[in-house]
Every structure is written in C-alpha cells, then in structure tokens.
Design a binder for this molecule. Structure first.
Ligand code: ADP
Ligand code: ASP
Ligand code: MG
Length: 436
C-alpha cells in the first residue's frame, strides 16, 4: 500500500516541526511519497518563505542588493539545517538562485525556490530521494497545466524510487521555465502525486484538526467534519474554505483516492476523510463557507421573459470580457449577474457595453456583496433547511440580498452585505452545529 503525504507550510515552519513531520512519516512505512510546502509562519507576525521570496525578487528588480535581500531566506533554511544537525551545505544552491534572480528568471521561479529548498532539506532529513518537481509536473508553453504529460512523467520518475520527496507548488514548461500553481498549490501537487502512484490514500497534513464546519478565524472552535464527499469539499473549498486548494480535488477524484486532512500537531486524531461517496447518515449541514467582495449587476426589462436570446447576449459579452460569473439569479423580467468585485473594477465601461447589448429598462450595480454557502448532502432528504437558514439570518439582523439553491440540492447560497459576513456565518453555525 502507498500513501502520499503532503505537509503545509506551518507543518514545516521550523526544525521542531520537521521532527514532527519525520515522526509521522516514519511511523507508517506506507508513507512513501512526501510533498512539502515552503516553511510557513512560526508565529503570528512571521512571514512565510514564499512571501519573503516574492518580496526579495521584487526588491532586486528595483535595484536592491541581491545578496543582502536574499540573506534572510538563507538564514531561515540554514537555521533549520543546523538545528537538525544535518550534513548539508546549500551554498551552491543559494548562489544559483541569487544569480537567477539577478537574471530575472521570473516571479514563479522565485516563489518556487521555497518548496525546492525545503524539499532538499526534508529529503536529507528523512533519507528519501529528492525529485525536482520541474521534472515531473508539466505545463504547456502557454502556462496551462498539462495533466497527461504530468501523470506520465511523474509515474516514470516515482516508479524508480520507493521513497521520495517531491516539492509542491511548481512545475515547468517544455523550455524549462518554472511555473507555479496559484497560492496554496502544494495541495494540488500532492493530489497529482497520489494519482500518479495510484495511492491508497492522500494524507494532507496541516495546522487544523481537519475540515472544520466553519472558518476557525470566524467561529470559535468549530466542530470537525468527520466525513464529506468530494462534491461537498469542492463546494466548500471553492467558496472559501481555504484548508484545501480548490483544484486539489480533481486528480484524486478521477482515481477515487480518498483524502485525509490531518493535524501535524495532534497526529493521533483521525482528522477528516474526503471520499467519493458515503452511506453515513448525513447531518443536515456539512459545512459553511463564504467569500467577500462581489459585485451584482441588476438588469430589468419589461417582457424580458419573451425576449429570446437575451441571456445569450449577456453571457456572450461576459465571455468576450473574460469575466467569470458566480451566479445569475433571474426573475420574470429581471436578471442579476454576480461577478467578483475585482473583475468589475478592472473593466471600466462595462456598464455601457452591457447597456448596448441588452438595452435594459433599468440597470443598477451593487457593491460589497458577500456570498455564504451552506453545504450538506443531507439537505436533499430533509425539509425546512432553507427556512432555518433564513430564520437564523433574520434573527441576527442580516438582510438577504440574493438566494440561490444549486440544482444538486447540495447547497444554499445567500448573498449578503460584506459587513454582515462574519455575523451571518456565526448565526448559521449556531443554528445548525449547536443543535445537531
Ligand atoms: P497549509 O499551510 O497546511 O497548507 P493553510 O493555511 O493553507 O495550511 O490551510 C489551513 C488553514 O485554513 C487553517 O489554519 C484555517 O485558518 C483555514 N481554514 C479556513 N476555512 C477552514 C475550514 N472550514 N476548516 C479548516 N480550516 C479552514
Ligand atoms: N508555498 C505556497 C504558498 O504559500 C504554496 C503552498 O503553501 O501550498 O502559497
Ligand atoms: Mg494550504
């Protein structure tokens, strides 16, 4: 049996965390492939190595002294190496990196060096083989991820070594140029490695005891979700439960490999299992997540219902603008399009262009909308969930601006004001979590 284990930044923040990681890996011989992130924060005000690298690269671009800017990063890694008593000298690596920073090798290259160096240190500490992710994780020349070539390349590389460390977060284009996934992307690498080696389990080790019913930065001590399905996780992570990167689900989902979210600091706890499906009697609510900062464009037009092609014209315009829409709630003569506030702000003149193609009778734009998703496979079987959601929000004095229920009946999404976001999440949490 093979297990792939991914450790996040806080799990590798200092030498003591490295020791916990090694103990976890060594305590189960099936844990053969290890995917590390770059060292994260050691304390609240600390800076993640990835953020140090971005800042260092930018400063050098603006003319700062490269060696001096890079020194704090050297100190972070050398500190870990010496505290672990490793016989490892990264001078040559540091020299190459500084040279490439000066030669402007790219921000992705810069950011990726955190995982790269961390992988070398961890491989040495574990006595595992080190495999540079640039050799196994592949992107097309245009920067899109190449799933087929990645799977084939990883399989060849990993088959050669029974035990290996493969850094997370990055890969390479055919010309060797380094490309990263979006932030938090080491989760994606872990999933790709799990698929490539046909793992029995993908363990994702982090700093919380599992996927929690709500964001722990909003709700105090939220309950741990024991089991959830891939689809529920997708809904939650897309809607802001940042514990797992929103794209990490796809590689393992096709291979039906379960994910186990675990806490590096409390390794005896079972964590959360994410599975293809489950016969568990589901609780009504699996989890709550949400995001702030959306804009809503409201269109009204008499007899919109009879105007064939109205929606198509709007959607074609959004496609041409390169804007992803989140939701399009509609009434008989009304249509609203919810998009990210950043997309709205970066498209001056958008309203004029909408007016031109849609010729609405009335058009208004609302800003600072937050979306909250209430997710649960148990909602399908039970009546009254929506009522309870709306009642809890009303009691908390939160005004609901939009309601959308997915056709899968797996979620209810409500649109509220940004300012009500935290209050709304706490209200729904209290109503469901405390009563079940
Ligand atoms: P890692 O560095 O291990 O990848 P992340 O910081 O990316 O860890 O993800 C874990 C963090 O996700 C937690 O510390 C927590 O603050 C945040 N988080 C947000 N929503 C949730 C949730 N529903 N369950 C668990 N953690 C959550
Ligand atoms: N180190 C990268 C980041 O901070 C990737 C990761 O942690 O997954 O985003
Ligand atoms: Mg993460």
């Amino acid at each position: 049996m093979v297990k792939v284990v991914k450790f996040g930044g806080s799990s590798l923040a200092n030498a003591n965390q490295f020791k916990k990681v090694a103990e976890i890996v060594r305590s189960d011989s099936a844990r053969r492939y290890v995917v590390p992130s770059a060292p994260g924060k050691r304390f609240g005000a600390d800076i993640k190595v990835t953020d140090m690298l971005y800042a260092c690269y930018d400063a050098i671009g603006e003319g700062a002294n490269a060696e001096e800017e890079f020194r704090p990063i050297v100190e972070r890694f050398d500190g870990i190496i010496s505290a672990l008593n490793l016989e490892l000298d990264l001078e040559t690596e540091y020299g190459t990196i500084v040279r490439n920073f000066k030669a402007r090798a790219g921000r992705d290259y810069a950011a990726s060096r955190g995982e790269y160096l961390c992988g070398i240190v961890l491989a040495k500490f574990l006595g595992f083989h080190f495999i540079d992710a640039a050799r196994g994780v592949k992107f097309y020349p245009n920067g899109e991820f190449d799933a087929d070539l990645t799977e084939a390349s990883l399989q060849v590389l990993l088959d050669k070594h029974g035990k290996a460390v493969i850094p997370g977060f990055y890969g390479a284009k055919p010309n060797g140029e380094i490309k990263t996934f979006s932030r938090g992307g080491s989760d994606v690498t872990g999933s790709l490695v799990a698929k490539a080696v046909r793992a029995a389990l993908y363990e994702n080790w982090t700093d919380v005891p599992g996927v929690l019913l709500a964001d722990p930065r909003i709700v105090d001590n939220p309950k741990v979700i024991k089991t959830l399905t891939y689809r529920e996780l997708r809904e939650l992570s897309y809607m802001g439960a940042t514990v797992l990167h929103e794209s990490a689900i796809f590689p393992v989902r096709t291979a039906k490999i379960p994910i186990n979210i675990r806490n590096t600091n409390t390794p005896t706890l079972p964590g959360t299992m994410i599975v293809p499906q489950t016969d568990d009697n589901p609780t009504l609510l699996t989890g709550i997540a949400g995001k702030k900062g959306f804009a809503v464009i409201n269109l009204e037009k008499d007899e919109m219902n009879n105007e064939i092609g109205f929606l198509r014209r709007i959607l074609t315009l959004f496609e041409a603008e390169g804007i992803n829409f989140e939701h399009i709630p509609s009434g008989i003569d009304t249509l609203s399009v919810i998009i990210s506030g950043d997309d709205y702000k970066s498209r001056p003149g958008l309203i004029d262009r909408i007016t031109k193609v849609a010729r609405p009778d009335r058009l208004s734009v609302e800003h600072d909308l937050a979306l909250v998703a209430i997710v649960g496979r148990g909602m399908r079987e039970r009546r009254g969930t929506a009522t309870r959601v709306f009642a809890s929000l009303a009691h908390a004095g939160v005004n609901i601006k939009m309601i959308d229920q997915g056709s899968s009946e797996l979620n209810i999404i409500v649109g509220i004001k940004n300012d009500d976001f935290e209050k709304a999440i706490r209200a729904v949490y209290d109503t469901f979590a405390l009563s079940e």
